[in-house]
Design a protein around this ligand. Structure first.
Ligand code: IPM
Ligand code: MN
Length: 356
């Protein structure tokens, strides 16, 4: 049985990094005979330029038919003045909604080889191993909004946040289950001292904890959590939070590991799931061939693990990335003084040759 992977390069460095990850997947396939097939589709600004829409119906349909989706990145200054509903970002938001990708898992594991590259002191980041479980299809991202209206003689805009109990239960359940196969600790993050949605969030998570007695639960306000991530990141195992807070905290947590270019993610849906690096389209370095492909390659490993149940193969991919790092190989984003910076292609090749 062939397994179909839809590949969406998107914009900016998306093409370079997905190409690199697909080459690594193909090598994995050769080794382990997985029977993977690939189908490339457009989304983002590139799709807008070609078809006048950031998410063509054919792309969404193809994703629905796929066993998994590998996504690069979307966005870029070029489309900054496009009408809001047609912005490149609408592609990823539309895919999340259209595929029901309700949970975004963003693991941050600091490789010993990279401890020195973190903006935090080495002794603070050594051993960091956490995962952010971000709610992905609700909250303020998908609430009603108004781009512009007159109110008391002034122009204003607004975005509404809402969360329902089932939405919170669904994501919290996944967080508890994730914690059970890790270190058994969940930190739920909200702003319950101010927001009604956060109070409902906290009540719901607390209630659900009753069904998961083997997991330790604590709550943090989002501002405090942002600080704790910088002060003592090793305290975290699983962080569960809403869409907007998760967006912000996951960028902060990612950089603890030395470079956002290393960080993968999995967006889990009921049917298909989507895998993407969290770094975005990086238009400033697009086309230069210097982007770090590791975030995408590690996302491909998550794809093998979660969508295809290929644990051993996913481990092999993770190990190949670690081996490249341990051997001192660096792309520009993680190169220290005196390090040679490999190109995207060279790093991809180095990882492929370490697959065993
Ligand atoms: C992310 C990105 C997206 C988000 C953008 C591109 C819409 O920042 O995946 O974190 O805000 O969710
Ligand atoms: Mn983000």
């Amino acid at each position: 049985m062939m397994k179909k992977i839809v590949v969406i390069p998107g914009d900016g460095i998306g093409g370079e990094i997905t190409r690199s990850a697909v080459e690594v997947l193909k090598k994995t396939d050769e080794k382990f005979r997985l029977g993977l097939s690939y189908e490339e589709h457009d989304a983002g600004g590139t799709a807008y330029d070609k078809f006048g829409t950031p998410l063509p119906e054919s792309t969404l349909e193809a994703c629905k038919q796929a066993d998994a989706v590998l996504f690069g990145a979307v966005g870029g200054e070029k489309w900054d003045n496009v009408e809001p509903s047609l912005r490149p970002e609408k592609a990823i938001l539309g895919l999340r909604k259209g595929l029901g990708l309700y949970a975004n898992l963003r693991p941050v594991k600091v490789a010993d080889a990279l401890v020195e590259y973190s903006p935090l002191k080495p002794e603070l980041v050594k051993g960091v191993d956490l995962v952010i479980v971000r709610e992905l299809v609700g909250g303020i991202y998908f609430g009603d909004r108004c781009e512009s209206e007159q109110h008391n003689g002034a122009e204003r805009a607004w975005d509404l946040e809402n969360y329902s109990v089932p939405e919170v239960e669904r994501i919290a359940k996944l967080a508890f289950e994730t914690a059970k196969v890790r270190r058994g600790k969940v930190t739920s993050v909200d702003k319950a001292n101010v927001l009604a949605t956060s109070r409902l969030w906290r009540r719901t998570v607390t209630k659900l904890a009753g069904e998961h007695k083997d997991v330790e639960l604590n709550h943090l306000y989002v501002d405090n959590c942002a600080m704790q991530l910088a002060v003592r990141p090793t305290q975290f195992d699983v962080i569960v939070t809403g869409n907007l807070f998760g967006d912000i905290l996951s960028d902060e947590a990612a950089v603890i590991g030395g470079s956002i270019g290393l960080m993968p993610s999995a967006s889990i849906g009921e049917l298909t799931s989507l895998y993407e690096p969290i770094h975005g389209s990086a238009p400033d370095i697009a086309g230069k061939g210097i982007a770090n492909p590791m975030g995408t390659i590690l996302s491909a490993a998550m794809l093998l693990r979660y969508s295809l149940g290929l644990e051993k193969e996913a481990d092999a991919l993770d190990a190949a990335v670690s081996a490249a790092l341990d051997a001192g190989l660096r792309t520009a984003d993680i190169a220290g003084k005196g390090d040679v910076s490999l190109s995207t292609q060279q790093m991809g090749q180095a990882i492929r040759s370490r697959l065993c």
